[in-house]
Write a protein that binds this ligand. Structure first.
Ligand code: SF4
Ligand code: SF4
Ligand code: SF4
Length: 374
């Protein structure tokens, strides 16, 4: 199985202050962080899929399997089972948002084949936790839920698919063993063998200019766009619940306290544009439904002025709002012309003030040195 990593989407590439380890926590056997960015072996086991579903910004993907495509093909198909024995490499490739969206968009209950996993393993527990969270969030505004106990389902509609898949696997294994060994085939197999020998080698990623240029583009992950679309079609509840912040892993609401210095960092580096400002940098705006809870803004805020709101209001799912978390007096710097946060009396911005101080210091030193020589 091949993992694909887009460094420009990883929040660790956006700031050295990021402490994100969601991919490592989900697939500790496969992913590691030695320097700034995640690293992984060239060939990974199926448990590495868990990092795909865990990454808030979709920096990880599996080659040959798109979760977005899966969402649409699954809904078009008659099968209502998600199983590594039928249609996914591993259920863990799907995030909580995908699971909520699939349950919401499907007319029939969606079943997840947890029986395909060994109970007590990290992978089993991780998938179980995601299903539990998806069902918890769904229960706050819908009567839809994901099912996991296949024994409860009378007529399992997937048995035919599983049988066909098994037959296909056996046939492809047989085909591999009986394949004619032409020179071309031998070379191909040698290449595959060499790749397998190097499979343990770690892939290392560097932050180059191309990545820096890509980071500047704010990007909302596809899974959030899918969630938006399914929520738009869902029935709006009569009352809106408030969910405990710690029970929702993929979205958050925030507030900013008065330690904020309007350093501009959080809204400049937020990968999705959930945090933003106006043209004069005089406000901090926040759109909860654009937030993927990557925590980058918290990690990068030096005075620790940005905080998670204790509860997440389900109303945001149905009536997304932009809130102003802070506003500041700003004025143009007499020196450089840029806007700066004005606390009263200053004519120039802090950066120009520092430069001016340095210039005065150098000038004074030069004068002393000249004076001493004369
Ligand atoms: S943003 Fe994604 S890839 Fe980067 S550290 Fe976090 S989980 Fe891993
Ligand atoms: S909340 Fe923190 S990071 Fe954002 S502008 Fe204020 S001080 Fe800077
Ligand atoms: S606002 Fe949300 S998406 Fe933006 S940096 Fe903060 S946690 Fe990440």
């Amino acid at each position: 199985m091949k993992l694909h990593f887009d460094a420009a989407r990883c929040v660790r590439a956006a700031s050295k202050f990021s402490n994100c380890t969601k991919c490592v926590d989900a697939a500790p056997q496969s992913i590691q962080i030695t320097e700034q960015l995640p690293e992984f072996a060239k060939a990974t086991g199926v448990e590495a899929s868990a990092c795909v579903g865990a990454c808030p910004t979709e920096a990880f993907a599996l080659s040959g399997f798109s979760t977005t495509e899966f969402f649409f093909t699954f809904l078009e198909s008659k099968v209502r089972l998600i199983s590594p024995r039928v249609n996914v490499p591993c259920i863990s490739v799907l995030s909580v948002e995908h699971l909520i969206s699939l349950a919401l968009a499907s007319d029939e209950p969606v079943m997840l084949d947890l029986a395909a996993y060994e109970e007590g393993t990290l992978l089993f527990e991780l998938i179980e936790d995601r299903i539990e969270e998806a069902n918890f969030v769904l229960s706050s505004f819908s009567d839809k839920a994901l099912l996991t106990n296949l024994d409860d389902v009378q007529d399992i509609p997937h048995s035919e698919h599983i049988r066909k898949q098994d037959e296909k696997d056996v046939a492809s294994r047989r085909e591999f063993l009986t394949r004619t060994t032409s020179v071309k085939e031998v070379l191909k197999q040698k290449k595959a063998f060499d790749e397998a020998v190097n499979a343990e080698e770690l892939q290392h990623f560097e932050i180059d200019d191309a990545i820096v240029a890509k980071i500047r583009n704010k990007q909302l992950p596809d899974k959030r766009k899918i969630l938006f679309t399914t929520l738009k079609r869902a029935e709006v509840p009569d009352t809106f619940e408030v969910l405990a912040e710690e029970d929702v892993s993929f979205v958050s609401q925030k507030y900013v306290d008065d330690h904020c210095t309007n350093c501009q960092i959080c809204y400049r580096i937020c990968p999705t544009g959930a945090l933003s400002s106006d043209g004069k940098f005089s406000m901090i705006h926040f759109d909860a439904m654009l937030c993927v809870k990557c925590r980058l803004c918290h990690d990068a805020c030096e005075p620790d002025a940005i905080h998670l709101q204790k509860g997440f209001e389900v109303k945001e799912f149905f009536e997304p709002t932009q809130r102003t978390l802070a506003s500041f007096d700003v004025k143009r710097c007499d020196e450089c012309g840029n806007y700066f946060t004005y606390s009263g009396g200053e004519q120039i911005c802090p950066r120009c003030a520092v430069e001016e101080e340095e210039a005065v210091f150098l000038h004074e030193n030069a004068k002393k040195m000249f004076g001493e020589k004369e």
